[in-house]
Design a protein around this ligand. Structure first.
Ligand code: NAP
Length: 243
């Protein structure tokens, strides 16, 4: 039984740890960050080369099942895996951590809509946490931005008035509250990533009376089998192994 585990998340690392070495798991990372947290067991790094590349790779490696534990906003790789597994008849599972409750947040469908919401509401000091690829939509918005990302965004995509904060979670409530207060933030922009590692910013925003603009998740491909926890995903793989 050989499993391809599409990763780049804490859940994927936890799943690799839960399965290795009883199950042969190859973890796959996109290779976006220079010094990624690595899962236990074999790891491959870099894109497959689209749908065709992934199909060839799965066949050449003799993969028996695919678990997609990528980030909820990594929609392209998720669509590719769903398509290729359907075509090849390879069992396929998506591990999608539960979304956050949106509470009183302004919920929008894209980074562009988030930027429009910031402009429309006249927020002036914005904590932007949508990642290195999420800055371009805010480039021409008239506000000051505290931009937090793991790796530096392309300078061409940055709003003029900003401060860049390079860091990687997890974050805690006290630190997030201090950050909001120290920078006199009036709005937080976030993806609905879900998970505990970056959730304290939402509680801190609520305490500090900071508005939240939340980008909703892209939909999953239709018909995919999903679970929400690492334990359920490990159980699914083990059941396949037993079968
Ligand atoms: P994406 O838009 O869905 O994927 C773009 C391309 O990157 C894919 O077509 C694929 O290239 C390659 N790719 C993505 N994930 C891969 C993986 N696990 N293994 C091999 N190739 C992969 O993905 P993204 O939003 O750029 O995210 C990239 C990775 O970072 C994901 O694996 C995700 O779990 C992680 N991540 C993303 C976010 C986020 O907010 N998007 C946040 C935290 C972590 P080919 O077409 O060449 O195969």
């Amino acid at each position: 039984m050989k499993v391809l585990l599409l990763g780049g998340t804490g859940e994927a690392r936890a799943l690799a740890a839960a399965l290795h070495p009883q199950v042969e798991v190859i973890s796959s990372l996109a290779g976006r960050v220079p010094d990624p947290a690595l899962p236990v067991g074999p790891v491959r790094i870099g894109g497959f080369g689209g749908v065709d590349g992934m199909r060839q790779w799965l066949v050449a490696e003799g993969v028996d099942a695919v678990v997609d534990a990528t980030h909820p906003f990594a929609a392209t790789i998720t669509a590719h895996a769903a398509q290729v597994c359907t075509e090849l008849g390879v069992p396929h599972l998506v591990l999608a951590r539960p979304a956050w409750a949106s509470g009183s947040a302004i919920v929008v469908g894209s980074d562009t809509e988030a930027a429009e919401a910031v402009a429309k509401n006249g927020y002036s000091r914005v904590f932007l946490t949508t990642g290195r690829s999420g800055t371009r939509a805010f480039k021409d918005v008239d506000a000051w931005f505290l931009i937090r990302a793991v790796t530096p965004p392309d300078p061409d995509t940055l709003p003029v008035d900003h401060q860049l904060l390079l860091s990687r979670g997890p974050y805690d409530y006290d630190g997030e509250l201090a950050l909001l207060r120290d920078h006199r933030i009036d709005a937080l922009v976030t993806k609905n990533s879900g998970g505990a590692m970056t959730e304290p910013k939402l509680r801190a925003a609520e305490s500090a009376g900071v508005a939240v603009v939340m980008v909703d998740r892209p939909p999953l491909p239709s018909g995919v089998q999903t679970v929400t926890t690492v334990e359920e995903a490990a159980g699914w793989v083990k059941a396949k192994t037993a079968g």
